[in-house]
Design a protein around this ligand. Structure first.
Ligand SMILES: [Zn+2]
Ligand SMILES: [Zn+2]
Length: 453
């Protein structure tokens, strides 16, 4: 018997975690933390699997909503083999260490005694035992009931993978986060379409329709034009980005735009964590799963400025471009601290390139727009938004139509929708049910168990 259980604590994106029981073999898929909650409330429902003997924990990619709670889960279940790709292993270690630092700061700021949920020593000790598997090569898990597994390139960020499980004639596929189009660095997903009985699929963009006529290339040219106009007028540009994934995508896109003559050669600033993540990404420059094969950003981008150690933000200079994390401009991050220089200057531009939750400063700035006002972190002081504000679509997630098309191509017996806000999952449920009337499309509640038979 195969049983799926939703271990996410909240119904939206964050604390992503699911378990699959295949006969006697029990595997956990991802162990993320929730960015909008604090302390133990950020963790998945680990109490639901307290008694379980876990065979393995699979981490699809190193974003914190998938790996942030791994040190807690591994501590509770030292018997479980931890599995991921080599890229996820390297980037995950660095991101977990950074997460320890963030939790230490939050302990004081939020007066949250449970923080940090784990320390640097635990991350390093566990890291040594993380096992890696290459994309595409079958392997087995479980001692009593052996389950055949295989990783598939997910196209979301470097190293991101989905995983298939085959057991007693049943095939279950978990996508993790997926993108079906080439990005600037990472190539499109290569996912299986044949013989899948149960498809566990992400739903991030289910509530958003893509603009008609969109192409990534056109969007890139638009970004180039905004930057060129801003620099010509004597302004600076801030692009809030996630340290892993979006930083490398944006920096390489800027390099392309400079080589094409769309953007004048200008200094590009990134933060310390981003430079670490970029170096890790460069380690995998020869991978067949990326574009610009062999191109190492840290070595070959002469105008790249890395923020000095110990500094909390770079120096503001007109004519410069700042690709700083975090992407949602959350409190206590470099992009949040640096924003005050940009927001109040009508010559400057602020360009969003990915998803920002509506309750984060990034989301609030987009909602208020130029002429509005926003509070950054320091005691609620309000800043007028005088700069140009633009939002471009360089999402690392598949569009809702691509997700639905993929599900229709697979035509499984069952689709389980995860990793999405409620309207997003509702749209996909309706769309997929309409196009595949014989398929059961399920939105599992936190804690819900589903027998896959
Ligand atoms: Zn992700
Ligand atoms: Zn995610």
């Amino acid at each position: 018997m195969v049983v799926f259980k939703n271990l996410s604590r909240h119904p939206d994106i964050g604390s992503n975690c699911y378990s699959l029981r295949l006969g006697e073999t029990e595997i956990v898929l991802d162990a993320g933390t929730h960015p909008k909650h604090a302390g133990n409330d950020t963790l998945p429902r680990f109490s639901d699997i307290e008694e379980a003997e876990l065979d393995a924990i699979f981490v699809s990619h190193p974003h914190l909503d998938h790996i942030g709670a791994l040190p807690c889960l591994s501590h509770l279940h030292p018997e479980a083999t931890v599995l991921m790709t080599e890229g996820t292993k390297q980037a995950g270690r660095a991101l977990l260490h950074n997460s320890v630092n963030v939790m230490k700061a939050l302990r004081v700021e939020l007066d949250e005694p449970s923080y940090p949920l784990y320390g640097h020593a635990r991350v390093d000790n566990q890291y040594k035992k993380w096992m890696t598997q290459p994309i595409g090569k079958p392997f087995h898990l479980g001692d009593i009931d052996r389950v055949e597994c295989q990783l598939h390139h997910a196209g979301h960020v470097m190293g991101a993978a989905g995983i298939t499980f085959r057991y007693e004639g049943r095939t279950v596929f978990y996508t993790g986060d997926v993108h079906f189009e080439d990005q600037t660095v990472t190539k499109a997903a290569e996912f299986p379409t044949e013989g899948i009985d149960d498809l566990i699929i992400e739903s991030t963009r289910g509530a958003n329709e893509r603009e008609p006529g969109y192409t990534r290339e056109r969007e890139k040219q638009k970004m180039g034009e905004i930057i060129a106009e801003t620099i010509a007028a004597g302004g600076a540009v801030l692009i809030p980005v996630f340290a892993f994934g979006k930083t490398q995508e944006v920096v390489l896109m800027l390099k392309e735009l400079m080589d094409e003559g769309v953007v004048p050669d200008s200094p590009v600033h990134i933060g310390g964590l981003s430079s670490k993540m970029t170096a890790i990404s460069d380690d995998h420059a020869d991978s067949a799963l990326r574009r610009h094969r062999g191109y190492k950003i840290m070595e070959r981008f002469p105008d790249l400025e890395v923020m000095q150690r110990g500094r909390s933000e770079p120096c503001y200079e007109p004519g410069h471009i700042y690709a700083l994390s975090s992407g949602m401009m959350s409190e206590n991050t470099v992009s949040n601290r640096f924003a005050k220089h940009i927001l109040t200057n009508p010559k400057d531009a602020l360009i969003f390139v990915g998803y920002a939750d509506s309750e984060t400063p990034g989301g609030m700035i987009q909602a208020a727009g130029q002429g509005g006002a926003v509070c950054l972190e320091d005691e609620g002081r309000e800043y007028a938004i005088s700069c140009r504000v633009e939002a471009l679509d360089f999402s690392g997630h598949a569009t809702r139509d691509q997700l639905a098309d993929y599900a229709v191509e697979v035509a499984p017996q069952r689709v389980i929708l995860v990793h999405g806000d409620e309207p997003a999952k509702a749209w996909l449920q309706e769309e997929i049910s309409r196009r595949l009337p014989d398929t059961q499309v399920i939105i599992p509640d936190p804690g819900q168990e589903i027998v896959l038979d």
